[in-house]
Design a protein around this ligand. Structure first.
Ligand SMILES: [Fe+2]
Ligand SMILES: [Fe+2]
Length: 335
């Protein structure tokens, strides 16, 4: 099963079986911690199995019945020095830990089970330690490798919130609360019908009404389970509220929207803009930030300015990659 674990780990797995998943997680853990590159050969290429493989730390995935030529091609490409991602092993470790914890959390939410507090804690810890590393772009690079939109959004909003809370100089306890709120903010979507949640193209009025129930549903789920901090409950319920009263579900005004909620909303709006979704191309970071600024009084201007330091500082370094004149304009806004 394992060959030259320091370089490349090849796992041949049937991830439709829960026991195999648990065993694989335990067996693979030390290799993931060592930052091993993992090729998963899947008996079942369903999107659920692929999401699970990603959560277990797959770098690449092939069907188990791939030809020998395909397998050798893939292994060769993965071992080529240029294919090694320029991502520190420690950060990759935090990402895999957060992904695995989110897999447990979202799985429990979808099946109506009790939300696993340990998984929530593990994800918060991994996200905050990743933010300590200060490399948001490397985090984003890893997020884009997830092909499941729910995971991608959750990892993205939580990664942004962790970086934002760190930039704001919050103490550890407050950073944990912000990240917990970000991890859980859309948990109510687990109860929204998949044909609405994953619908390519825009939603009908009736579908949008259903979709707009997710903050209330998430809030109810957390209240029913009990034990969640009031601020986390508020953030889950109110993350789609805007300061000018134009948001939902209650059309709250600025005075009723506390700072932690404003922080989650900014991360959520920005994430939705830069995400790759089936019905829209991703917006470059500079354009997305400019769109955020253009929302004016809907969002907290002071927080948006600091958020610009979080998402644009490092992007400016990558101008060679994006080369967007809009990015320069947005960067000027942030200054
Ligand atoms: Fe939401
Ligand atoms: Fe969201």
């Amino acid at each position: 099963m394992v060959r030259e674990a320091d370089q490349l780990l090849v796992a041949d797995l049937d991830l439709s079986d829960r026991m195999t998943i648990d065993t694989a997680r335990a067996v693979l853990a030390p290799h993931r911690q060592a930052g091993a590159t993992c090729l998963f050969l899947l008996r079942d290429m369903s999107s659920r199995s692929q999401v699970q493989a990603n959560a277990l730390g797959a770098t690449e995935i092939l069907p188990a019945d791939a030809s020998v030529a395909e397998l050798l091609d893939k292994v060769g490409a993965m071992l080529a020095p240029s294919a090694q991602p320029d991502i520190p092993a420690q950060l990759r470790h935090h990402f895999v830990a957060a992904s695995a914890a989110l897999s447990d959390l979202i799985g429990a939410a979808e099946t109506g089970g009790t939300l696993p507090l340990k998984a929530i804690d593990d994800s918060i810890e991994a996200l905050n330690r990743a933010a300590d590393g200060g490399d948001l772009n490397a985090w984003l690079d890893m997020v884009w490798r997830h092909d499941d939109a729910t995971y991608q959004h959750c990892l993205l909003v939580a990664g942004l919130a962790a970086a934002f809370a760190q930039r704001l100089g919050f103490r550890e306890a407050d950073r944990r609360l912000i990240v917990e709120a970000a991890v859980l903010h859309d948990i109510g979507k687990a109860r929204i019908p998949l044909d609405i949640l994953r619908k390519p193209g825009s939603l009908s009025l009736a579908e949008r009404e259903v979709m707009r129930r997710h903050p209330g549903i998430g809030h109810e789920m957390l209240v029913a389970q009990g034990g969640f901090a009031p601020m986390v409950l508020t953030a889950v319920l109110s993350h789609h509220e805007y300061l000018d009263g134009s948001g939902y579900p209650h059309g709250l005004g600025g005075g009723d929207i506390p700072d932690p909620v404003r922080i989650i909303t900014i991360c959520d709006v920005y994430a939705a803009l830069i995400e790759r979704r089936s019905y829209k191309p991703p917006m470059p970071p500079g354009e997305a930030y400019a769109a955020l600024v253009a929302m004016g009084g809907k969002l907290d201007r002071d927080l948006v300015r600091v958020f610009g330091e979080v998402v644009l500082d490092s992007e400016i370094v990558r101008l060679g990659r994006y080369g967007s004149p809009v990015l320069n304009r947005a960067a000027g806004h942030a200054a």
